[in-house]
Structures are given as C-alpha cells and as structure tokens.
Ligand binder design. Structure first.
Ligand code: NAD
Ligand code: MG
Length: 416
C-alpha cells in the first residue's frame, strides 16, 4: 500500500483523532471542485441531508455559472470559482449581495484549493482536475478523489505529495471505494488479486460493425449509472475501465498482473479482492455514487446513507463475463501503459481526452477513439519520452500538453 493513501488495513489508526473529533459534532470544512457536476451535486445532496455538520468553503464549476451561483448561495459557501475567466462577470453579478466571494480562472482554482478545509472533494472531470487536487494536499487534510485522471496521470507524485504533508487520499470511484472497503483490516501482503467490475456499457452486446456507426447519444446512455457525459461515453468505450485499472494500480500499489476486470452488466458487485487463502471478498450495493462519496466523507466511521438497499431474492442472479478486448481495445492499452510506467499514463489520459472531444464533435467515429490513443502512444514512445519518471507536476503537465498536440496532429493529418 503506497504512501499516504488512507490505509484500510490500519483504518482508525493515524486518522482516528481527527475523525473522532468530527464525529463528536464538530463542524467540518469542505470544498468541492466540480460542484456543478454529477459527483459534485451528489456530494451536496449528502451535505444537505446533514444540516449543521459542514461548512462549505469553496465550490467550483466551469460552464454552468447560474447553477454554481445558486449552489453557493444555498449552501452559504465562502467562495465560488468558475474555471472560465470569461464568465467572471456573470458569476459576480449572480452573487451580488450574497456574501459569497466570486473568482474565475485556473489561478483562482488553485487559490481556492489553499483555503483551509478538512475535506476537499476532487470532482472536476479530466486532467484539469489534477492541479487543484494536488494543491489541496499541501493542507494535510483529506482529499476525496473522484478525479481518477489525477492518479492515472500523476499517481506517484500525488502519493508523494500527500505523504509529504500528512494528507490522506480516499477513493470516490465506486470500484476503488469497494476495494478499499474489502481491504479494511487486511494485510496487503495477503492480497492475491483485485477484480474490478465493468457494466460493459450500452454497447456490450453490439457487434464490431455496428460500433462504427454509434452516435454520441447512444454512447452517453449508460444502462445503470447516472453520470456526467464524458465518463458515460468512456464507459461505453471501456476507456473508463482502462483508467480505473491504472487508478487501482496506483491506489493500492498492486502489480498489474494481479489486477483483473470482469464484466458484470448489473453493476451490483463493484469490486472483489482475492486473498492468499482463496477467499474472494466482494462489495455489493445499488449503483449510487452517494455510497462511495459518503464513505469517503465519513471514513473511518460508517453512517446512514440514503442509498437503496438490495433485495437479493429479487435480484435472483448475478451475471459475469469476460471483457472483449477486440471490440474494446482500451483495456489492452491500459496494460501497455502500466508496463511502460513513467509518463505513459499522462499521455494516455490526454490522448483519450482529445479522442473523446473528437467523437463528441463528430470528427471521429466511436472505434477511432482507441485507434487515436494507440497511435498517439506509439508516436510518443518512438520519441523515448514516455518511460521517464516525472519528478514534478510540471513534467506531467508538459506531457499532457504534448500528447494533446500529438493526438490533434494525427487527427488533422487524417491518419485516423
Ligand atoms: P461532470 O461532467 O458531471 O462534472 C464535471 C465538473 O467539472 C463540473 O462541475 C464542470 O463544470 C467542471 N469542469 C469541467 N471541465 C472543467 C475544467 N476544464 N476546469 C475546471 N472545471 C471543469 O463529471 P462527473 O461525472 O461528475 O465526473 C467528475 C469526476 O469524477 C471525473 O473525473 C469522473 O471520472 C469521476 N467519477 C465520476 C463518477 C460519476 O458517477 N459521475 C463516478 C466515478 C468517478
Ligand atoms: Mg468507477
């Protein structure tokens, strides 16, 4: 188990005093980056159900400034930040006379991350979420990490930064929260394998030929989970699962060959941990992100959460099948990225974001996303730069930039 992740095997140890204080009724300060998104709104839903328990420090968003201002007012936030500098005036107008400070732009996001908070929720989508989360770690508090792209692009740096400041990173991705819970009280040395589940997305049963004609609306229609559009499309391509494999490798410090993905269309079992004695401990729950979010907020305690309880008899059976890497090459690419290490994760994520932009804009067909990511990685690895281990966040951001440019150039040249 790496660095300063909260250690499930020792839950209740290092963090117990602070958590006990909070449990005794102390108001905890919380900032939410990406407050207007799916995870952000779910987090705020939980806060609203626990009046008096939280002081909202900073809320951030980007495009939906009206919603951001409304949330900041409703929750009595100290500060609201839009990532888009062009929307600063609108945000100020909407917050006039509210007592909520308004700010805009990437620098303002970093300043917001420095405002003292006990818990920071990292729920911006994409590599844009990396720098604010990284900055928040310097406070030495708790980072509830939904932004998996951070760990994919800069896992070792993030863990080292957390260790340096005594901060704790807790997983908010449902599979990783499930693994974390299955590991509670266990010795990582006895872990044989970690299995994360994938729903298979809306195209699980589609033949390859049909995938070429898949539309954005079809790709975004996740069968089980209600999520932001980008992660929903990533679920259809299995790029989300690919990111999650790398996320699990970084989070739990486990060798890639001990990591598995199994398709489970019902999204009831979120992950399983296999131990050296043959036991396989599974985590089951309704597909509702408020469980993983609430667990990260409440850890190391468990508190009641408003999620549907499972009726196992009504469920009847749980189905599992192997992923099809021919139709969905993203998992194979993730394994190559883990084998390469260094800056490969940053390049992979950035190329994936450009591919996704291209699909959403109608420039790329659905299968071309994986082809573009693979071509980008091939080109960058020919230059030899992917294996270099980053020593600073700027190294990661530079590779992110280079991979975006490389992917865009490949598209422009019509090679995909
Ligand atoms: P979303 O698209 O619903 O919301 C994204 C949020 O980030 C919004 O507040 C948006 O305004 C903001 N944002 C977008 N681009 C930005 C930028 N460039 N700079 C600053 N802010 C920006 O996304 P989501 O589904 O809530 O996902 C958020 C993160 O959580 C992602 O990393 C995703 O992979 C992860 N996650 C989401 C779910 C889920 O159920 N939605 C589950 C697991 C993990
Ligand atoms: Mg997930």
């Amino acid at each position: 188990m790496a660095g300063s992740l909260a250690q499930p095997g020792r839950a209740g140890g290092r963090l117990a005093p602070a958590a006990a204080g909070a449990g005794a009724g102390a108001v905890r300060r919380i900032s939410i980056f990406g407050a207007t998104g799916s995870i952000g709104e779910s987090t705020l839903d939980l806060l609203a159900r626990d009046p008096g328990a939280w002081q909202v420090v900073a809320l951030t968003g980007r495009e939906n400034v009206g919603r951001l201002a409304a949330l900041a007012r409703a929750f009595g936030a100290e500060l609201a930040v839009t990532a888009d500098p062009a929307r600063e005036g609108e945000l100020r107008d909407r917050l006039a006379d509210s007592g909520v400070e308004a700010a805009a732009g990437p620098a303002a996001l970093l300043e917001a991350a420095e405002r003292p908070a006990d818990v920071t929720v990292a729920a911006i989508v994409g590599a844009a979420g990396l720098a604010p989360g990284f900055r928040a770690l310097a406070q030495g508090g708790r980072l509830a990490l939904a932004n998996k792209e951070s760990l994919v692009a800069a896992g070792p740096l993030l863990l080292a930064e957390a260790a340096r400041h005594g901060a704790t990173i807790l997983p908010v991705d449902s599979e990783h929260s499930a693994v974390f819970q299955a590991l509670a009280g266990e010795d990582m040395g006895a872990v044989e394998r970690i299995v994360i589940t994938a729903s298979g997305g809306p195209f699980r049963t589609w033949p390859a030929a049909r995938l070429a004609a898949a539309t954005v609306a079809e790709a975004a229609a996740h069968p089980n989970w209600s999520m932001g559009r980008r992660i929903s499309i990533d679920s259809a391509s299995l790029f989300n699962k690919a990111l999650e494999l790398i996320e699990a490798r970084e989070f739990f410090g486990i060798a890639p060959e001990r990591l598995e993905v199994v398709v489970h269309p019902q999204s009831i079992v979120h992950a399983l941990v296999g131990f050296s004695d043959g036991a396989l401990i599974a985590h089951l729950g309704a597909p509702d992100m408020r469980h993983a979010i609430g667990y990260a907020l409440n850890w190391p305690r468990r508190r009641p959460l408003p999620v549907r309880r499972l009726d196992l008899a009504a469920l009847g059976t749980l189905a599992f099948e192997a992923p099809d890497e021919a139709r969905f090459p993203a998992l194979r690419l993730a394994r190559a990225v883990m084998a390469t290490g260094g800056l490969a994760g940053a390049a992979f994520n950035a190329a994936k974001e450009i591919a996704l932009d291209g699909f959403i804009a109608g420039r790329l067909r659905f299968p071309a996303m994986a082809a573009l990511v693979e071509a980008t990685l091939d080109r960058l690895s020919a230059g030899g730069g992917l294996t270099i281990a980053p020593s600073r966040l700027d190294d990661v951001l530079a590779m992110d930039h280079l991979a975006r440019q490389t992917a865009a150039a490949i598209v422009q040249a019509g090679r995909i």
